[in-house]
Design a binder for this molecule. Sequence first.
Ligand SMILES: [Ca+2]
Ligand SMILES: [Ca+2]
Length: 93
Amino acid sequence: MKNISLLKITLTVVVLAATAPLVNADEATPKNLATIMAATSTNNQFEQLDLNKDDSLSLIETKEQKQIHDAFTKIDLNNDAAISKEELEKFIK
Ligand SMILES: [Ca+2]
Ligand SMILES: [Ca+2]
């Protein structure tokens, strides 16, 4: 009997340990792009992504930032295949 209850406790602990990170990950998932962008300043984000420092983001430069990359054509208001800082700021607002 003693062994069985010990096994139950062990299982409970294992289950809790396995589910806890999932719950935390859920809570940490940003609800939308605005949440992510609010966490860091637009300027910093933009400058980090703008690898060749030409003050615009190409599709390739945004590939590290999935949300921006996926919405690239929506953010690029003038369809010049580049996202300017203004376009990014308008999209975030
Ligand atoms: Ca660039
Ligand atoms: Ca553009």
